[in-house]
Each structure stands twice: as structure tokens, then as C-alpha cells.
Design a protein around this ligand. Structure first.
Ligand SMILES: [Fe+2]
Length: 241
């Protein structure tokens, strides 16, 4: 069973991720090597700077460019299935989505948000809750471990109390003690989580999945997590899509 990468910047020339179709192709090849068979393309979506329609149009142009390239290239690997999505930046003031369906992770009932890297504000949690509820979507918190150094337990508690929230954890979470401990705490608490590489390129932030998750044995024994719990997680991911 292959992996699902829930968070990537593989679409070309749309954000700070892939800067060309050729780069996107190389990233897809690396994903295939990493046993990823379904990938969500989740470009940054900054609704304080751009309206939904404009973002969706730019995303369509970028995806079409990639599809055309893929149709004309002889691949020596199985290209992962690409599904569209967005990484929606939460701000203090947000209005109801006009195109919630198109902004969601394609083929699922999930919608992904990222928080600004600064002090937590109650309005962030409130907005995630209200927007998701009105859109009838399950909220996914992108790279939930990223805020460990700036959020208090109460701040995280506020986010985790959002009904049905799913945490997306970066696939390199086992590389740092703090984020490994954080992920273990979530698993222990039964908070649903999904993995995403948040890949942007082939060098500093490459696609990584199997090569990192393969170290789960050590992680499980350190944090006393049953190995089958991790297997169940991967199974759960396939059910979600
Ligand atoms: Fe991202």
C-alpha cells in the first residue's frame, strides 16, 4: 500500500514551491521513489491578498501546464495521482468561502489551513471552526508541529478542541526530539493525524515519505507506541481519501 502525501507544493510557478514543470516532474519522480501514490497539490492561498477566484484560476493554469507536460513525457516511473487542494492562510478577519468545494482537498471532505507564524490568537481557532462548519468540511491543520516554540499548551488546546480537527504532521517529524514528542503526544491522545512532506523543491525541502517513516520502529519504541498503531494510521489515510 502506497502513502498519501497530504501537503505539497509541486504545482509549478504558483507559489514558493516548484519553479518549473521540469522541477515538478522531478519532485513527482522522487515521490514515486518514496512510495507515494496519491499526492495533494496544496499551494499557498492568501485570501487577504487575492480573491478565491483568482487563486483558483492561477491553480488551474499551473495544473494544466503540469498535465500537458506529463502527457508528453515518457515516464519511467508511475506518476502518483495528483489531487488539488490549497493551504489556506488563516488571518484574524476571514469571510465565508465562496468556493469551499474547490478549495478543499479534492475527493475528500477536508480543507487545509495554515496559521501565521506568530502569537496565537483566539480568532484563528474561531475562524477555522466557523469557516469549516459553514462549508461542512473537516479542518486540517497544516504542519501542526511547526508552532511548538511559540504556542502554549492552552493555545494548542484551543486548536485541538475544534470539532473533528485533523493535524497534518510533516514527514520529517522524527528528525527533531521536540516534534517527535509532539507527534507521539497526539497519537497517544487519539487526535487524528495525517502526514505531508510540505515539499517545495528538490534540495532544501524535497519530497520525503518512506525514507523517513521507515524509522518508525525506533520512534515507536521510544514513545511506547504500538507499531500497528502507525500502520493503522496509514490505513486511515487511505480511508480518508
Ligand atoms: Fe506548505
Amino acid at each position: 500500500m502506497g502513502y498519501v502525501d497530504f501537503h505539497t507544493h509541486i504545482l509549478p510557478e504558483i507559489d514558493d514551491g516548484s519553479d518549473s514543470v521540469e522541477k515538478s516532474y522531478m519532485m513527482l519522480k522522487k515521490m514515486a521513489d518514496e512510495d507515494v501514490d496519491v499526492v495533494f497539490a496544496t499551494p499557498h492561498c492568501l485570501l487577504s491578498r487575492e480573491d478565491e477566484k483568482s487563486f483558483l484560476q492561477r491553480r488551474a493554469v499551473s495544473f494544466n501546464k503540469l498535465k500537458t507536460y506529463l502527457a508528453n513525457v515518457q515516464s519511467d516511473f508511475k506518476v502518483p495521482e495528483i489531487r488539488l487542494g490549497a493551504e489556506i492562510r488563516v488571518t484574524q478577519e476571514m469571510k465565508m468561502f465562496e468556493y469551499a468545494e474547490a478549495l478543499s482537498l479534492e475527493g475528500t471532505n477536508m480543507i487545509m489551513y495554515e496559521l501565521p507564524y506568530d502569537n496565537y490568537r483566539m480568532s484563528y481557532g474561531e475562524n477555522i471552526y466557523n469557516l469549516s462548519l459553514k462549508a461542512k468540511k473537516v479542518p486540517v491543520l497544516a504542519h501542526a508541529e511547526r508552532y511548538i516554540d511559540i504556542y502554549s499548551e492552552n493555545d494548542y488546546g484551543d486548536l485541538f478542541s475544534i470539532p473533528n480537527i485533523i493535524c497534518q504532521i510533516s514527514t520529517d517529524f522524527m528528525q527533531s526530539k521536540k516534534s517527535a514528542k509532539f507527534a507521539a503526544t497526539l497519537i497517544d491522545a487519539g487526535i487524528p493525524l495525517v502526514f505531508g512532506s510540505d515539499c517545495h523543491n528538490m534540495t532544501t525541502r524535497p519530497p520525503q515519505m518512506k525514507s523517513l517513516l521507515i524509522k518508525k520502529k525506533k520512534f515507536c519504541s521510544k514513545y511506547k507506541i504500538m507499531e500497528y498503531t502507525m500502520e493503522e494510521l496509514f490505513y486511515f489515510h487511505k480511508q480518508l481519501i
